[in-house]
Write a protein that binds this ligand. Sequence first.
Ligand code: ZN
Length: 303
Amino acid sequence: MKYSLLTISIKPTLARLILVKLRLVKLTFAKLTFAKLAFVKLAFCCVLLMHCFHAMSVTQDQFKVHGLSAFENEQAKMLKDWLTQGVNATRDTLGVYPTPLALHLYPRESNQPVPWAYTRRDGKGSVHLHVDVRFGLTKFVDDWTIYHELAHMALPYLGDEYRWFSEGFASFMQYQIMAQAGLLKGKLVDNYHTKISPHLRWFNSDLTAASIATRLMDNQQYPAAYWGGAYFFIIADQLLIKRHSTTLTELITHYQDCCRTHDKNLADVVTSLDGILNEALFSRLLEQYENKPAREVYPENFE
Ligand SMILES: [Zn+2]
């Protein structure tokens, strides 16, 4: 599996790095006094130790599966393979999350592999997936649910008020992850077009986009709320490509390294993302969503 391979492959690289760095230290500091050399060695060991811990933290315990005992051996293996693939695909697109993922499985008969799933954001957060194991591995891997739920964990809990933002983010990202993993059928833009276009009419209004998305969520018009919210990230991605020669997925990867652990709410997230860019791109876009008439932010037709 990809995880164990990566763990093994980093270790020899690290060992080589240590040897090369030690040789360099020997050569460069051959003429230094004993005291200075001891200090340099000590400092160098600290750097190496930090490097080791970092390498360990990104390769070990990336996720823990709970609830496998409810399934037969063969099914449990299939579910583990599916989750490994899902976590790896998410990590390839959104980066390595600083906190290991807790994934909970529950058996449930249905007409689809993952009929029900949600995230819990208490403590470190966890993902809960109800699964029908009568479906095979391919059906599980092709299902968008796991990528959507794992994408949620790239951001902290944003509160009820910003559920449209959180669901919009996960909806936008589920297809980014699937596209990068080669699992998305058709072009990325066509998939967004199909999902977002039917809901643009709700935003042809003088009310703000944030208030419309919140109302759609409160009225349980979920596809409209989710995909209407996803348009925020379509705009953000386009701005990032144009102004910063980067993409939203690249930015979120960077965000995992610098900021994810410290952020507690949407204001923190927006500040962090703007900080990375050195431009108030996200705070300005959010301000438009909260203050401008939605018809000035959303097009009549998806382009
Ligand atoms: Zn969601």
